[in-house]
Design a protein around this ligand. Structure first.
Ligand code: NA7
Length: 433
């Protein structure tokens, strides 16, 4: 066990902050708080990027434990909807880019804004609160050794799209084909000529079924339990079916009694919020919802407000919201934003839940999240980003108009007015990494 190193309390110098995870949330939090705090970023992989740390060239060798990414992935929303006010995409960027361009954007942000120390190949194992000292003991594994250090604040930025939600379906053990979770789906080319079934009614099912179709699957069906189908204008061989009731060999039976044969089943059933390294009393327990449980201002852990969880909500806004959460953390850590009593924080959360319950369409959800972002901007004196919600509302319409063509659209940057350039190939024709 390493020593507990130095402890800088709030009134002796910059508070020490541990950021767990070097994906977008960890990077933007670190960039936002870097002048206020002494930041250490723990990352279990050898590179930054989180979900975006995926190598098309080294599919086999890559550390694939965290990323749910797949090769040839285009972003599923325009860059203009997440571009930061203080960090623009290059002038010639198309509105829909591929994974490597997002990775470069994150790397450029680090070069410009992040002042903390990265600790790569360091897996955080245990975070405990020392009530007497009002600080945290954080233990991590590094080169086979366990080390630990004291921190004044902890920001959990390990994301919530990497631990599969893996429900069991009747008869799945009899399935004779390939049976995987979306987390392990890597390459549409592997599904050429095959009969594919995606289970789930959300983004992963939508995009993976379309990828399979694009790379030549015989057919790619989607089975989901939602009362209303996604209802896009799917290509002929992509069909939404009612939820499956039984799997027997290669035959799947659906709720309406129909049956079909499949070579591959991909569970696109989402992901779990999972933080085994946080001690029980510091552990966030929530599902993927617009207003995560247990938190004040959707990112501050009510039971211990020195713990923050970044980007834990179901997201329309992404990077620009993550940075605003970072600014909020910065001002709490600096003592500029007072921490209310637990009762007040819980009351505020209840009010957010009540509003969440009224959100019965995507546009309302986008606007709700925009208002949340603006609240953080007002609290911190930073730039409001809710205008990017208008871009998201148009994006929603583009998807309805053409699920295989929406990524060929161009948007204007909310910050500079620059019009996204045209991609050389349409999404439908592009099969390159
Ligand atoms: P999501 O958006 O959390 O969706 C998960 C889907 O899986 C959703 O339609 C669920 O149905 C469905 N699901 C979950 N459990 C079951 C069971 N037991 N049976 C049937 N269906 C089930 O995850 P995604 O992976 O699609 O998207 C994650 C992120 O990736 C997304 O936010 C984008 O940023 C990209 P429900 O709707 O609950 O009825």
């Amino acid at each position: 066990m390493g020593s507990n190193a130095r402890h800088i309390s709030d009134n002796m110098g910059k508070p020490k902050v541990a950021v767990i995870g070097a994906g977008p949330c960890g990077i933007f939090s670190s960039g936002a708080i870097g002048d206020t705090a002494d930041v250490t970023i723990f990352e279990r992989a050898s590179v930054m990027g989180g979900q975006w740390a995926f190598s098309e060239e080294k599919l086999v060798e890559l550390d694939r434990q965290h990323s749910s990414m797949y090769t040839c992935l285009w972003v599923n929303g325009p860059i203009e909807a997440f571009e930061l006010p203080n960090h623009k995409f290059p002038e010639n960027s198309p509105s829909y880019i591929k994974r490597p361009a997002v990775y470069k954007y994150l790397q450029d942000y680090i070069d410009k804004f992040v002042k903390g120390t990265f600790k790569f190949n360091c897996k955080v194992q245990d975070v405990k609160f020392n009530a007497e000292e009002n600080n945290f003991n954080l233990a991590w594994e590094e080169a086979g050794e366990t080390k630990s250090e004291i921190f004044d604040y902890v920001i959990v930025a390990t994301g919530h799209f990497s631990v599969p939600n893996d429900p069991k379906f009747k008869g799945e053990e009899t399935f004779t084909g390939k049976y995987i979770h979306a987390h392990d789906y890597r390459d549409g080319k592997l599904y050429k000529d095959l009969r594919v079934l995606c289970i789930g009614g959300s983004y992963s099912a939508e995009d993976i079924a379309l990828q399979c179709w694009k790379y030549g699957s015989k057919y790619a069906h989607i089975t989901h339990r939602r009362t209303t189908p996604m209802g896009f204008k799917w290509p002929e061989t992509v069909i939404e079916r009612p939820i499956l009731t039984d799997i027997n060999g290669s035959t799947v039976t659906f709720k309406d009694g129909s049956t079909e044969e499949y070579d591959v089943i991909i569970k696109c059933t989402g992901y779990l919020h999972d933080f085994p390294f946080m001690s029980e009393e510091l552990r966030l327990k929530t599902r993927n919802r617009m207003v995560p449980d247990d938190m004040f201002n959707q990112c501050q852990f009510i039971e211990n407000p020195r713990v923050f969880y970044a980007g834990m909500q179901d997201q329309y806004f992404t990077m620009s919201m993550f940075q605003l959460q970072g600014f909020y953390m910065r001002d709490v850590i600096a003592g500029k934003i007072p921490i209310p009593s637990k009762e007040e924080m819980k009351k505020s959360l209840e009010a957010e839940f009540a509003e969440e319950a009224t959100l019965d369409d995507e546009e309302k959800m986008i606007k709700f999240q925009g208002r949340y972002c603006d609240r953080l901007a007002e609290l911190t004196g930073e730039t409001k980003v809710s205008g990017q919600g208008d871009i998201l509302c148009v994006w929603e319409h583009h998807k309805v108009d053409g699920i295989t063509t929406y990524r060929d659209e161009q948007f204007k940057s909310h910050w500079t007015g620059r019009l996204g350039s045209k991609n050389e190939k349409r999404w439908i024709d592009d099969t390159d990494p």
